[in-house]
Design a protein. Structure first.
Length: 282
């Protein structure tokens, strides 16, 4: 299995291949190969900066002689007019790396900005904001890193690092007890140490999970705040708790005040607007 670093390396190679192809003919036709210059990353709207470390890798992988001077680090709240970094080197390299770097920085900063808004709404509570697998195919590692930069917490990265028994798994296998039993048996047979989470849709299913046991976390799916409060009381700290399903920035704190440990929010990654910024000659 590839590491997150290797997946990002693959993404950068693919992105350059699809963007440059057999050459950036616009740049090649008008910019001499030995012309030197510098460009700055200019922030154009308020938000949380994310992607600086990935930008370093993009520049370094494309042209190791590019020199990047960083003024603002990942996770910093920025304002219009802020200059995050300056890059010096061959102008051809600056122009050919511009769009990929901006695509990454804008997307990651948009996610970090939204995540920070959710996190701030939970100030004073123990509840943490989780991301989901509702990510852009191929960009998951970057998007989940942006969530962390914004102050959120990664749920599972993929299907390989946690067992999450959702409603379809339970229905296909024939019930909650069968699902949990098979999950525990599977882990034992393969010598794997993975957490088990199970989704419940109502209090009856919750009570069955409590009877069967053998899980680490219970996801309360599409519960109302009132039912969530009742469920947390029933669980009584025996398992980690997670609220999920239709929770918005307006209802987030209401659910957190019910006492859940985590709230998962697909909107952190699936419908985020990029943060406006530009890469201009200076």
């Amino acid at each position: 299995m590839k590491s997150s670093e290797e997946l990002v390396d693959d993404l950068i190679k693919l992105a350059f291949a699809e963007d440059i192809g057999d050459g950036d003919h616009t740049t090649l036709c008008c910019i001499p190969s030995d012309e030197m210059g510098k460009s700055k990353l200019l922030v154009k709207e308020p938000g949380v900066l994310a992607g600086v470390e990935v930008a370093k890798k993009i520049f370094r992988d494309f042209d190791p002689e590019l020199k990047m001077t960083v003024y603002i680090q990942d996770g910093t709240e920025v304002m219009p007019g802020d200059v995050a970094f300056v890059v010096e080197g061959r102008v051809q390299s600056l122009l050919q790396t511009e769009r990929l770097m901006l695509n990454v920085m804008q997307r990651m900063s948009g996610i970090a900005t939204v995540t920070r808004k959710y996190v701030k709404l939970l100030d004073g509570l123990h509840t943490r904001v989780l991301d989901t697998r509702k990510t852009t195919p191929g960009l998951r590692m970057l998007e989940k890193e942006a969530v962390k930069i914004g102050g959120g917490v990664n749920h599972r990265i993929g299907l390989f690092d946690m067992i999450l028994l959702k409603d379809n798994h339970v229905d296909f296998v024939g019930g909650i007890e069968q699902a949990i039993t098979r999950a525990r048996q599977y882990l034992k047979e393969r010598g794997k140490d993975l957490k088990i989470e199970i989704e419940v849709r109502n209090l009856d299913e919750l009570k069955e999970v409590m009877r069967v046991g053998g899980v680490d976390r219970i996801m309360l799916d599409n519960f109302t705040p009132e039912l969530t409060r009742e469920a947390v009381k029933l669980i009584d700290g025996k398992y980690e708790t997670e609220s999920s399903g239709g929770i918005t920035i307006d209802t987030l704190r209401m659910y957190a005040e019910c006492g859940v440990d985590f709230i998962s929010v697909g909107a952190l990654t699936h419908s985020v607007k990029g943060l406006d910024m530009s890469f201009k000659a200076c």
